[in-house]
Design a protein around this ligand. Structure first.
Ligand code: ZN
Length: 138
């Protein structure tokens, strides 16, 4: 059995919302707006070109552990058919994407896993600062 890891290692989470083509991008825009209206999260910029280990265009949503119990179930119900990767941030990028991750909908490959670091590089830029102002309840 692998080492038992305490959940206190999780500083925050990412949800990556993937899209493929203009029709899915429009759905991703609608999901993004609905998220911003309902959750205090940090919405990342659009990546219309492939970036990092991600096999499709996407944007990232960063959120703190207290948001998880409402946000992830909401995504289960409202992802509009899009593939979503939810992964913790423990400081080990490789494990967080390959082993600790969970997927909603289609499971996509993780690209170039050998480039993912196994140690935390810059703790300062890992802090989640919400940039949304929710006006609706989930
Ligand atoms: Zn991520």
């Amino acid at each position: 059995m692998d080492e038992i890891l305490p959940i206190a290692q999780i500083t925050h989470y990412h949800a990556h919302i993937y899209f493929d083509g203009p029709e899915q991008r429009a759905r991703a825009e609608a999901v993004r707006t609905a998220i911003a209206e309902r959750f205090s999260v940090q919405l990342g910029r659009w990546h219309d070109k492939l970036v990092g280990p991600h096999a499709r265009p996407m944007y990232q949503v960063a959120f703190t552990p207290d948001v998880f119990p409402r946000f992830v179930p909401w995504l289960m119900l409202n992802r509009q058919g899009l593939a979503v990767l939810v992964h913790p941030e423990t400081g080990n990028d490789r494990r967080d994407h390959l082993i600790h991750a969970t997927w909603l909908g289609e499971i996509l490959p993780i690209m170039h896993p050998e480039l993912l670091s196994e140690v935390k590089e810059d703790e300062a830029h890992e802090v989640v600062v919400p940039n949304t102002s929710p006006s609706l309840t989930p």
